[in-house]
Design a protein around this ligand. Structure first.
Ligand code: SF4
Length: 357
């Protein structure tokens, strides 16, 4: 028997529910494409509650695309600091600069055109096109993927190309020609608030009668759980090298992880290497200097998305050489009191607070 998609009445219930129950989020109070673009980029990897203050501050500091284009990358990274995934900030800045010759009101208006903007993938492009420009195009993010997989009781891998095509097809068939923004946002909101990964609140769900997983009791199995990967752990050492009231910092290459951010120089320990030997080698390779490694000030743990690190922080003394940016984008003797002006990742900012000064 052919499968039936959720009816128009079910879709209408979803949209009425969204109109009634939607959380009041700052980016939902605007149709300004710039503000929606910024919010969607920030929301790519970061929770709503964390994004709100960053979004508000960012728009205050860079209220228009032209203002963002005029800002330096350092200012933009500093405003982004603490949110992680800094490639998002670099791409936003690069895209604003690329669009700078256009009038402020000129924007890409379709998902296809938005996908040519640096840092904008399929999901973000579809979200911006439907929310800011009313394009009838479905969105597939973590929330809508879960809702659609449950609606369809989809037993395959919802992250595979085939699974995504199936779920996007379902969303496209359900999507009304009028108010595509309300439909997409309704699905996203449902996934964020009721159709959560654990313990979905099906009794309160506007789609409960149309939901196959609800009928079959398979909610906990949809989408199909992924096999957990083992996350590697790395030992890393960094040095605090001082000269009077200054301290040596290096800027990470633009294309590296945390590219464009500043750090205390150092790097990953190789197999069989002591932390002190690692630090001497890294500073020689990275900056062309020889150092004496002194006492360890402390160790900090941090988990990134694909690995975790323990950063060991050492006092170091410069023995010979003048720091040069050999494997870094730039190098500075920065006054300790000026370090706040340099964008840094979470660990290096902690090193600043705990061990410098
Ligand atoms: S009925 Fe339950 S599982 Fe189905 S969409 Fe609603 S909240 Fe999700």
């Amino acid at each position: 028997m052919a499968r039936r998609d959720p009816s128009r009445a079910a879709v209408a219930r979803l949209m009425r529910w969204y109109a009634r129950a939607a959380r009041d989020l700052p980016w939902r109070r605007t149709r300004d494409p710039y503000a929606i673009w910024v919010s969607e980029v920030m929301l790519q990897q970061t929770r709503v509650a964390k994004v709100i203050p960053y979004y508000t501050r960012f728009l205050k500091r860079f209220p228009t695309r032209a203002r963002l284009a005029r800002a330096s990358l350092r200012e933009v990274l500093r405003a982004w600091e603490g949110m992680g995934y800094y490639a998002r900030a670099r791409n936003l800045h690069r895209a604003a600069r690329a669009m700078a010759p256009l009038p402020e009101a000129a924007w890409p208006t379709t998902a296809e055109a938005w996908q040519r903007v640096p840092g904008v993938g399929r999901y973000t492009a579809s979200a911006i096109a439907s929310i800011a420009f009313g394009e009838v195009v479905p969105v597939l993010d973590g929330n809508t993927r879960r809702v659609l997989a449950r609606l369809d009781d989809y037993a395959g891998d919802a992250r595979s190309a085939r699974g995504e095509a199936q779920l996007l097809g379902l969303a496209a068939r359900m999507m009304p020609a009028r108010n595509p923004c309300g439909f997409n946002q309704g699905l996203m909101e449902l996934g964020a608030t009721l159709c959560t990964p654990r313990a979905p609140q099906c009794a309160r769900c506007p789609l409960r009668e149309a939901c196959r997983a609800n009928t079959r009791g398979t909610q906990a199995l949809r989408p199909r759980p992924r096999v957990a990967r083992r996350v590697p752990h790395l030992g890393v050492a960094c040095g605090i090298v001082r000269r009077a009231d200054r301290v040596l910092i290096a800027q990470r290459p633009a294309k590296a992880l945390l590219g464009g951010l500043w750090e205390f120089p150092g790097g990953k320990r190789k197999r069989g290497e002591t932390l002190a030997a690692c630090l001497r080698r890294e500073l020689r390779e990275e900056l062309g200097i020889r150092v004496r490694v002194g006492r360890e000030r402390g160790a900090l743990d941090h988990a990134y998305s694909h690995y975790s690190v323990t950063l060991h922080v050492f006092e170091c003394t410069l023995v010979s050489g003048t720091p040069c940016a050999i494997e870094a984008a730039d190098v500075r003797w920065a006054r300790a009191r000026d370090l706040a002006r340099y964008p840094m990742g979470k660990l290096d900012r902690q090193v600043t607070r705990l061990f410098v000064g």
